[in-house]
Design a protein around this ligand. Structure first.
Ligand code: NAD
Length: 511
């Protein structure tokens, strides 16, 4: 394991103060400055791809392709999109036209919040650290990044690289563990984004509340998959195993358990066996296409749950805690109260839960916390609709797993215990933006309409107030205001047309 140099605790307040002073200097107001910094995030990656891939190989046993796909592609997509869209996003937002208020030019102006703290986890460290950084820069903020201490090689490398590419005062990396993060949380930030497990998420939210700091919490959960037996079984098996075994199962959006009609379980497993053999022809342990669990402690945790399962292991099952190895594993006939289903596994183990029908699948999903994603494998829109309309989750995805996070424009975000708020793209930009209300009222407005508000109040004030008060929507059960208005204009048009016809016919008679 690589060694990580922790930031000295006494330096943490200084880094915070430096970022705040740099932000106060106003240099982030320039959109050209922001664009240059965003581009630099891209070049930080581009120029150092190999070193980063090697660092993640060391930390997570990560195959290079997975780093390209999960981390690089997502950040490059983000850099390009935000760079291209920023001019549009920072424009003031006009509100809907209203006759009474339009002379005052009411609008919302995008202003940065200040200095953002981003606390990231170990599993997809480049993406989770740098993609929100791009949004923070785009919105005109400073940012301090706290990578995970569980990925020492990467965290050390990013601390070295960031100051070489970005403004050193505005953007900084703090490395450390619980003590360092606790120190950081004592300070007043302008927004905290935390990605990680829900237990720490609660600590972060409580610490942020002391300063009334707004937070975004990107947490985990158990993402269910509901399989329609009429679906292409090969495609289903392939995409499920890919989603569960990439990064050794350590992806927040990975499928966590599969709900399949009992009569279809054998068919699905037979297909999974075939796919498994094509994924790892020489077995997964020697494969260059399979990662490792981040620490021995996490490996032990996953192994314990596997040891306690009442299900039957049909693929994989081998473990080696010292080597941080859990074979890609599929377990069948897993009961709902099983050790594998109590909480998120976050490892390369896929439990299969046989159910009677789609209704039972839905009731199992509903008995658990809202997850980050609900997955359906089906070509039947009614099947899909039934599952999605009876469940809640951050994302609802058909015939695919995981990849939504990499689609530029689609944010990632949970609901309830899987978190709140969003990261990536415009949604993250808006989250790091303060929409400052703006209005400029010319003096003549008082003369024309608004002078009645000044004391001494006139006894006939009611008629003026009426002029600025909006009409209410129709009382429920009565004819709608719109229908009344249409009826009025129709009558008006008919009377108008009638009188024209009458006038013309009189003229013709006279002639
Ligand atoms: P982790 O152990 O790397 O911890 C995450 C961060 O929390 C680290 O930076 C760490 O230093 C910090 N931390 C640890 N203890 C702390 C404490 N006591 N006080 C303050 N900070 C502390 O990662 P993890 O939490 O194990 O991450 C895995 C979890 O993250 C999974 O549940 C996964 O589903 C979730 N996740 C969610 C998303 C998402 O988009 N919603 C993305 C990735 C991961």
């Amino acid at each position: 394991m690589a060694t990580l140099t922790y930031t000295r605790i006494e330096d943490i307040p200084k880094i915070h103060a430096t970022a705040r002073e740099a932000f106060a200097s106003g240099r982030t107001k320039s959109i050209a400055f922001r664009k240059a910094q965003i581009a630099q995030v891209g070049y930080l990656l581009k120029d150092n791809e190999q070193r980063i891939k090697d660092a993640l190989k060391s930390d997570l046993g990560r195959p290079y392709l997975e780093t390209e796909l999960l981390d690089f592609a997502a950040v490059y997509g983000e850099v390009r999109m935000v760079y291209d869209k920023i001019d549009q996003w920072v424009k003031p937002q006009r509100i809907d036209f209203h006759f009474n208020w339009f002379p005052m030019g009411p609008k919302l102006v995008a202003e940065p919040k200040g200095v953002i703290l981003n606390i990231a986890p170990f599993n997809v460290p480049v993406f989770l650290l740098l993609s929100p950084l791009v949004s923070a820069i785009a919105a005109g903020n400073g940012a301090v990044l706290k990578p995970s201490e569980q990925t020492p090689a990467f965290s050390q490398l990013i601390a070295e690289l960031l100051p070489k590419y970005l403004d050193r005062e505005l953007y900084a990396v703090i490395n450390g563990g619980v003590a360092e993060t606790t120190k950081m949380l004592e300070l007043p930030w302008d927004h905290i984004l935390y990605t990680g497990n829900g237990r720490i998420g609660r600590i972060i939210a409580a610490a942020a509340a002391k300063h009334l700091t707004p937070t975004t919490l990107e947490l985990g959960g158990q993402n269910p998959v509901v399989v329609d037996p009429k679906m292409d079984v090969h495609l289903t098996a392939k995409r499920l195993l890919w989603g569960r075994f990439s990064n050794a199962g350590q992806i927040c959006l990975a499928p966590e358990y599969v709900l399949v009609p009992a009569h279809f379980q054998d068919t699905l497993i037979e297909e999974m066996k075939k796919v498994y053999n094509t994924f790892y022809p020489d077995g997964p342990e020697n494969s260059d296409s399979f990662a490792r669990v981040v620490t021995t402690a996490h490996t032990q945790r996953i192994k314990k749950r596997l040891d306690e399962t009442k299900g039957k292991i049909v693929l994989g099952g081998a473990t080696d805690v010292e080597k941080r190895y859990i074979a890609p594993t599929v377990v069948r006939d897993v009961p709902v109260d099983d050790s594998l289903l109590t909480e998120e596994i976050f490892g390369p183990v896929l439990p299969i839960v046989p159910v009677k029908d789609v209704d039972e699948a839905i009731s199992i999903i509903r008995s658990k916390d809202y997850p980050l994603a609900v997955y359906v494998f089906s070509n039947d829109p009614k099947f899909e609709e039934k599952v999605f309309s009876n469940t809640k989750s951050g994302a609802a995805v058909t015939n695919e797993t995981v990849i939504t996070a990499g689609v530029p424009g689609l944010p990632v975000g949970g609901i309830g215990p899987s978190g709140y708020g969003y990261y990536t793209g415009k949604h993250c930009f808006e989250q790091f933006t303060h929409w400052r209300v703006s209005l400029k009222n010319p003096g003549w407005v008082d003369k024309v309409a608004f002078g009645f508000r000044y004391p001494p109040y006139k006894p006939d004030y009611k008629k003026y107030v009426k002029g600025i008060t909006s009409s209410l929507p129709p009382r429920p059960g009565t004819q709608s205001g719109t229908a009344k208005r249409w009826a009025f204009w129709l009558l008006f048009a008919l009377v108008g047309a009638g009188s024209v016809v009458l006038t013309r016919s009189r003229g013709q008679l006279k002639a």
